[in-house]
Design a protein around this ligand. Structure first.
Ligand code: GTP
Ligand code: MG
Length: 296
């Protein structure tokens, strides 16, 4: 059995089983990548299922592959259900994944897709990028067009450039087309991927991405949501209270006006001058009544 450890892998030396988390938008080939890596049909490729994990060997190395449920495409916010599912996928990675494989098909990568990816990765905090490698799928299409990966990246536009920079150009291509698992070519692409994973493990000192942090994050979200709810409730109550106060003041002003009119009718002009304009809470009404009583 191949070993993951290297003398430099100081921090997390128990790397007999490397945990690889597959994430990415829906229908991009995540489950197929898991199957290609493990060399068997470990994940369902019909899509839509929840996140699942499977263990086995990839190019002779022990791995646990976690296939996260595909993301949606909303680019400005991440639905709560998606966040929860992403956290669930992370929880299937034990203490955390060593490598996050961000699965992106070798097609045009648009600005909208870029934003959708950015939002989802943000859920795992910016430090996740340190552990992330882009795993391009549909490698057969690239071959079909007679292009290299470098050419694809170079002509990929700003969105793809951004993604590559985020991952420090760590990437790999898989061709998951059926029949690729057993052949020499199929094995070769997995061996090359394992080699890239080894490089990344070394780069990160063998550290995995910390799940502990996610638990704290989840608590943070719940707390912030609760605070927001309370603030909104507080604001609603304050609005009702303000409205109530306004009604009371208006009612008093109306009554004052009425009493003033009556006083005018009785010729109490000097008093009228003293009490207007009315300001709530200053005892004017009381003063008015007292003076009027004296005058009466
Ligand atoms: N030609 C080709 N087809 C692929 C490749 N990878 C995946 N597919 C096909 O793309 C479709 C989706 O693949 P899946 O592996 O189920 O994709 P997924 O990302 O797991 O999909 P969801 O779980 O629904 O998000 C399937 O029909 C696969 O056969 C590839 O490299 N080349
Ligand atoms: Mg799938």
């Amino acid at each position: 059995m191949g070993s993951w450890s290297s003398p430099e892998n100081g921090a997390d030396t128990d790397t007999s089983d490397v945990r690889l988390l597959l994430v990415g938008p829906k229908r991009t080939g995540k489950s197929s990548c898991g199957n290609t890596m493990l060399g068997r049909k470990a994940f369902d490729t019909r899509g839509g299922g929840p996140s699942t994990a499977a263990s086995g060997t990839a190019a002779g190395h022990d791995v646990t592959v976690i296939d996260a449920r595909g993301w949606g495409f909303s680019e400005d916010s991440v639905p709560r259900e998606e966040k929860k599912e992403l956290l669930r996928a992370l929880s299937l990675c034990g203490p955390g994944p060593h490598i996050v494989l961000l699965v992106i098909p070798l097609l045009d990568f648009t600005e909208m897709e870029r934003q959708a990816v950015e939002r989802r990765m943000e859920v795992m905090t910016s430090s996740v990028w340190r552990h992330t490698m882009v795993l391009f799928t549909f490698g057969d299409r690239l071959k079909g067009r007679g292009r290299s990966l470098e050419q694809h990246i170079q002509s990929g536009g700003l969105a793809l450039q951004w993604l590559m920079e985020k991952c420090r150009y760590r990437c790999h291509v898989l061709d998951n087309k059926e029949g690729q698992w057993e052949g020499k070519e199929g094995r070769g692409q997995v061996e090359a991927l394992v080699s890239r994973v080894k490089d990344m493990l070394q780069e990160n000192g063998g550290w995995h991405f910390s799940l502990h942090m996610y638990h704290r994050l989840e608590e943070d979200w719940s707390r912030r949501e609760q605070e927001l709810r309370e603030r909104m409730e507080g604001e609603r109550e304050m609005k009702i209270e303000r409205e109530r106060m306004r009604e009371i003041v208006e009612e008093r002003q109306g009554q004052e006006e009425w009493e003033t009119q009556r006083a005018i009718g009785r010729g109490e002009r000097s008093v009228v001058k003293m009490v207007t304009p009315y300001e709530p809470g200053r005892g004017q009404r009381q003063a008015f009544c007292t003076i009027r009583r004296h005058l009466a």
